[in-house]
Write a protein that binds this ligand. Structure first.
Ligand code: NAI
Ligand code: MG
Length: 497
């Protein structure tokens, strides 16, 4: 089972793929070919070449998966005692850790991300199952005082069949952060991974079955957004939708869910600010800003894609960032490098479009600004780490989510001005604050509109900390105990004695 990272990496680099990859949907506890018989290609962004094929699902496959989930809820999964649900999730966490090498190497091939980051994502997925495993038997309700003549209490019932629409930037970790609390709450799940990155979802489905999850409890249908995603979110058998992706698609998903009055959580884009005040520990701030925008080549919903820096330190600080960015080595995610490719040619064109337009407007490009390739192979979909300096609040590069390694710099006169700039977009997902003054830090944490605020360490927190957005970044919260509530329906029972 457990080949080492070195063996798997060597096989993948030598052959461009791995043997034994899943190529069909996972429905009702087994691999199932698309009803239409159609397959679609899966690409490695680091080489820009096809390395696998999976089923191209459509409404017929979605029907089969939703029916399987409904059967599981009425059958063994619906009857299982909560402590046993917890044992299954705990076993899944241990198995994800035991099979982490293969999951991580596949994630790197599929998404392009560096292996060190893929390993972190797989560890995060294991941690999500571990965290929610402990919550299954603690979903207590309340007893409600109505006086001596009544007995009243609440029940936390599972929402039912939950759909998970997963994007391509964090395939296994985004799926796990939705799937684990849904299962902990007692829901059954149908997931539709992104067409660009379908493989680890299929591997996870097989793993969960081996961990003891009853067949049909977790189903994966691969396919495109219009082909498989749209019929899933519009399906009358779906009771809850968790969607992570673009604002435009999210609005369509919300509309489709509205037709069936299906509850939903939307985790959409962001344009999150990192505020660096003059009194900050600038070495820590430098590392934080670099990680916030160049990790995963900037393809992170909560990326710190805007640097809001106090004028007194602006020139010296952005020069340090640019110097580090210029020295970053691009490369295939399976080799030693500082940044991998972007996920698709579509995404590459989108990023290049933003930067080309900024350049045409006369923006100051401190570093990068161009498409690139893996220096070792001359292939792949790469974009250089880029810093655009001193942008106006209404500049497109400040107001739009670019979703690539492009940092937009804004200059603030003081902390109050920094808050005004931070709140100057339609998004409100995350925000970072670097200062040594804790009173200022916590005041800014209140004043900045965001679902999560990181003080003196961007991306601080984990599965324990609730995560989600305000405004056009969406609504509802994932992670933490908040996520469990979103997969439960509260029923109150009141009896006259
Ligand atoms: P997208 O929102 O279209 O895709 C995300 C997921 O939604 C994929 O699984 C896709 O198959 C599915 N989907 C697409 N159309 C659907 C439909 N009608 N019904 C149900 N599901 C559907 O995003 P896309 O086109 O891949 O990327 C475009 C931009 O979106 C990116 O440049 C980025 O700005 C943003 N984005 C944000 C993400 C986030 O984490 N918040 C993740 C991915 C993209
Ligand atoms: Mg891919």
């Amino acid at each position: 089972m457990s080949a080492s990272f070195a063996e798997l990496t060597a096989e993948a680099l030598a052959t461009g793929t791995l043997s034994g990859l899943p190529d069909r949907h996972f429905i009702d506890g087994r691999p199932v070919a698309a009803a239409s018989g159609r397959q679609m290609d899966v690409c490695d962004p680091g080489t820009a070449s096809i390395f696998a094929q999976v089923a191209a699902g459509d409404a017929a496959d979605i029907d089969a998966a939703v029916l399987a989930a409904q059967r599981a809820l009425k059958g063994p999964w619906g009857r299982i005692v909560p402590a046993e649900r917890g044992r299954i999730l705990a076993r899944a966490a241990a198995m994800i850790r035991a099979e982490a090498e293969r999951l991580a190497v596949v994630e790197t091939l599929d998404s392009g991300k560096r292996l060190v980051e893929a390993r972190g994502d797989v560890a995060g997925a294991a941690r999500a199952f571990e965290y929610y495993a402990g919550a299954c038997d603690k979903l207590q309700g309340d007893s409600i005082p109505l006086g001596p003549d009544y007995l009243a209490y609440t029940l936390n019932e599972p929402a039912g069949v939950a759909a998970q629409i997963v994007p391509w930037n964090y395939p296994i970790s985004t799926l796990a952060r939705g799937l684990a609390p849904a299962l902990a709450a007692g829901c059954a799940v149908v997931a539709k991974p992104a067409e660009q990155t379908p493989l680890t979802a299929l591997m996870l489905a097989d793993l969960l079955l081996r961990a003891g999850l009853p067949a049909g409890t977790f189903n994966v249908v691969t396919g495109t957004g219009p082909g498989a995603g749209a019929p899933l979110v519009a399906h009358p058998g779906i009771d809850h939708v968790t969607f992570t992706g673009s604002v435009v698609t999210g609005i369509g998903v919300m509309r489709a869910a509205a037709a069936n009055v299906t509850r939903l959580v939307l985790e959409l884009g962001g344009k999150s600010p990192v505020v660096v005040l003059a009194d900050a520990d600038l070495d820590a701030a430098l590392e934080g800003v670099l990680g916030a925008i160049f990790e995963n080549a900037g393809q992170i919903c909560s990326a710190g894609s805007r640097l809001i820096v106090e004028r007194r330190i602006h020139a010296a600080f952005v020069e340090r960032i640019a110097a580090r960015a210029r020295s970053m080595k691009l490369g295939h995610g399976l080799r030693e490098c500082d940044m991998g490719p972007v996920n698709s040619p579509t995404q590459l064109d989108r990023i290049a479009g933003f930067v080309d337009r900024a350049t045409a407007r006369g923006a100051r490009v401190l570093c990068g600004g161009r498409r690139d390739v893996d220096p070792q192979s001359g292939r792949g979909w790469f974009f250089q780490p880029t810093v655009l300096d001193d942008l106006a609040p209404d500049d497109e590069a400040v107001t739009s989510e670019i979703f690539g390694p492009v940092l937009a710099v804004q200059i603030a006169d003081d902390a109050a001005h920094a808050v005004e700039l931070a709140n100057g977009t339609e998004f409100a997902l995350a925000a970072g604050i670097y200062t040594r003054d804790f009173a200022t830090a916590h005041r800014l944490a209140r004043e900045i509109d965001a679902g999560q605020v990181y003080i003196n360490e961007y991306f601080a927190g984990g599965i324990e900390t609730p995560f989600g957005g305000n405004r056009r970044s969406g609504f509802g919260r994932e992670k933490g105990l908040e996520a469990l509530r979103s997969y439960c329906r509260v029923k109150s029972v009141a009896a006259r004695l």
